[in-house]
Design a protein around this ligand. Structure first.
Ligand SMILES: *[C@@H]1O[C@H](CO)[C@@H](O)[C@H](O)[C@H]1NC(C)=O
Ligand SMILES: *[C@@H]1O[C@H](CO)[C@@H](O)[C@H](O)[C@H]1NC(C)=O
Ligand SMILES: *[C@@H]1O[C@H](CO)[C@@H](O)[C@H](O)[C@H]1NC(C)=O
Ligand SMILES: *[C@@H]1O[C@H](CO)[C@@H](O)[C@H](O)[C@H]1NC(C)=O
Length: 313
């Protein structure tokens, strides 16, 4: 009786252990064979307007992919009205694009790359993209916000505005064709004596950005200049925008009222005076000499006439 129960307990323990082992083996096989995830470029991905873009989506955790049991769909959710549209779909070897030119390479998909190709990206292509991958019977997905950017084109110009007593001088930093609207413009100046660019905290007026027909923006920032600048000054407009990986700068160097310029002006006027005096002296000399000569001639004439008269009488 005692021996029997002991054997039963032993048998129960062994079978329990076996079943746990079975669960473990099953679980690990599930983890290695079927479980996978997809990875996007990050939370956001920026793409350039009119460029051919690739929206990244990588399948992780599954090396050997069989296209015949795979499906891949791309959706785009608009930022404004929150509706979701299908952009691209592939089921096995069948593919369909719902946005002109959208494509996922089957060759790359086989290697776990479900990245979406979008030729000639437009502003309307912006939104939240969802990459969905099905490897029967599992499914995984990832999302990324695609921002369509266009970098600003800029120029610096001078402007004079007549105020009450004197004219006000401005430098304009004109930027055009950028997207999105958010942009930061700051100004600084340097001279040859102080090459460190000193940032301005006042005298800056930046207009509100205006929208172009193509959806890009223009903006102008005005810097008011001081009237009495002694040296050459370089004014710099600095632009920060999501489309720019580094700071964009535009420079203009304006000549100051330099003392050397005034002295050179004075010396040049001195030379003009000397020239005037010389020319006047020359003219006077010519007059004096010519009148002396004519006088001499006239005297000789008279003397000859006198001697002729005396010989007659
Ligand atoms: C995707 O590109 C491949 C290779 O260029 C092409 O054969 C296929 O038709 C394209 N698919 C779509 C849906 O345009
Ligand atoms: C924006 O700037 C460009 C280039 O200077 C110009 O051609 C265009 O007319 C400007 N747009 C608006 C709305 O003023
Ligand atoms: C003009 O001069 C004032 C006072 O010296 C200075 O605070 C300001 O930044 C100057 N502005 C420009 C545009 O040089
Ligand atoms: C502009 O500056 C503000 C405040 O300093 C900052 O929050 C914003 O991100 C900047 N924008 C860009 C495009 O650099």
């Amino acid at each position: 009786m005692r021996v029997d129960s002991a054997a039963a307990i032993l048998a129960a323990t062994v079978s329990c252990g076996f079943s746990w082992l079975l669960v473990l083996v099953l679980c690990s096989s599930l983890l290695t064979a079927d479980f996978f995830t997809v990875e996007m470029a990050g939370k956001n991905q920026t793409v350039s307007l009119n460029d051919n873009a690739t929206i990244f989506c990588k399948v992780l955790g599954s090396q050997h992919l069989n296209i015949d049991i795979m499906g891949n769909s791309w959706f785009r959710k608009h930022q404004v009205n929150e509706t979701e549209d299908k952009v691209f779909e592939s089921i096995g070897k069948y593919q369909e694009a719902f946005r002109a030119g959208a494509n996922v390479s089957l060759l790359r998909l086989k290697m776990g790359d479900a990245s979406l190709q979008l030729p000639r990206v437009q502003l309307e292509d912006a939104g939240e993209y969802r990459c969905e991958v099905v490897i029967t019977p599992e499914k995984a997905q990832g999302t990324v916000i695609v921002i369509v950017v266009a970098n600003p084109v800029g120029s610096l110009t001078q402007k004079k505005v007549m105020a009450k007593d004197n004219e006000d001088k401005y430098i304009l930093c004109k930027l055009s064709g950028f997207h999105p609207k958010d942009i930061n413009i700051t100004w600084c100046q340097w001279t040859q004596e102080d090459p460190h660019c000193l940032e301005f905290s006042e005298g800056i007026t930046t207009d509100p950005a205006i929208k172009n027909e193509d959806g890009t923006f223009n903006i102008t920032s005005h810097l008011r200049m001081n009237h009495s600048v002694e040296h050459n000054v370089t004014y710099q407009c600095m632009i920060r925008h999501i489309s720019l990986s580094t700071l964009m700068t535009l420079n203009i160097t304006l000549p100051g009222k330099e003392p050397e310029m005034e002295t050179s002006l004075r010396t040049s006027s001195l030379w003009t005076t000397i020239l005037y005096i010389s020319v006047s002296c020359l003219i006077l000399a010519i007059i004096v000499v010519s009148s002396y000569l004519s006088c001499l001639l006239w005297k000789r004439c008279r003397r000859q006439k006198q001697s002729f008269d005396t010989t007659i009488y």
